[in-house]
Design a protein around this ligand. Sequence first.
Ligand SMILES: Nc1nc2c(c(=O)[nH]1)N[C@H]1C(S)=C(S)[C@@H](COP(=O)(O)O)O[C@H]1N2
Ligand SMILES: [Mo]
Length: 318
Amino acid sequence: MVLIKTKKEIPSSEITPEAVYLSRRKFIGQSSAVVAAGALAQSSLALPESWIEDQGYEPGEDIDEDITPEKHATNYNNFFEFGTDKKDPAKHAHQMTVDPWSVEIKGLVEKPGELPLEDLLKDIDLEERIYRLRCVEAWSMVIPWIGFPVKTVLDKVKPQSGAKYVKFTTLLRESEMPGTKSRFSSIEYPYVEGLRLDEANHPLAIFAIGMYGKVLPNQNGAPFRLVVPWKYGFKSIKSIVQIELTRRQPRTTWNLSAPHEYGFYANVNPEVDHPRWSQATERRLPQGLFARSIETKMFNGYDEVASLYEGLNLKRNF
Ligand SMILES: Nc1nc2c(c(=O)[nH]1)N[C@H]1C(S)=C(S)[C@@H](COP(=O)(O)O)O[C@H]1N2
Ligand SMILES: [Mo]
């Protein structure tokens, strides 16, 4: 795979971030300046602001849908560690220290250990993926992520033959996360999610470190998060500090909190309603004067994952 250097052409002070992003994408698409994967810039920062630009990335395939404006994707968030209001993460997540950052790899792997983020990212080729994000609350966005397949990390750490699931855990640091201190919280912390190993190895499952051509803002799960586009958004766990390979299906946060409402699989499925609302349609954000309601697609439109679930009753395994 080749990497293409990104380049800023227009002073960002003159235009909106959205326009910067779109013009940069256009530039990338037309560029013939192909460079080999460069060595990581020497820096004391785990992920400096300029990291993605320095590194370059393979531009994503366009999809036939409008990308959600960046300001909506970064100001309407679910990140309960910072509060339950959609505006809370953008308001409070700057308090989270994301540097230095390391990820503990444990469980049924040949190479367990505590990996500084810069080591985890060493020799990794970045790609852009423009994905629909469908929240279980029946709204959706289209987000251009920058990251790499989960499989590239799993291949590095080498799951043992007994490993059947991957468990992911979010940072828990009460002093920096006002939402985790509430005694009335509907969920327990740290936030935990999981995938079957074959789901995690599917090429559509990625770890994201950036969006809109830049490193992730804290409210979107900096510095390192999961994105699984065919599942409800709550599976796409943010700010990951631990990855564990397990034999048994891990207990996951929303499933523990309300097992009849949130299953382990959580595949987007218009035919299986949430007990309290329909999942047949979704509101595509941002919402203007008139709500734009669209039909929800099986697996969020990512039919290529269907073979993972052959023979599985998707009504029972919701
Ligand atoms: N640690 C953690 N990860 C999380 C959540 C959360 O509350 N805590 N919310 C999830 C939900 S419900 C959704 S819809 C997505 C939202 O991601 P976004 O804010 O980047 O759009 O993050 C998911 N990951
Ligand atoms: Mo969600």
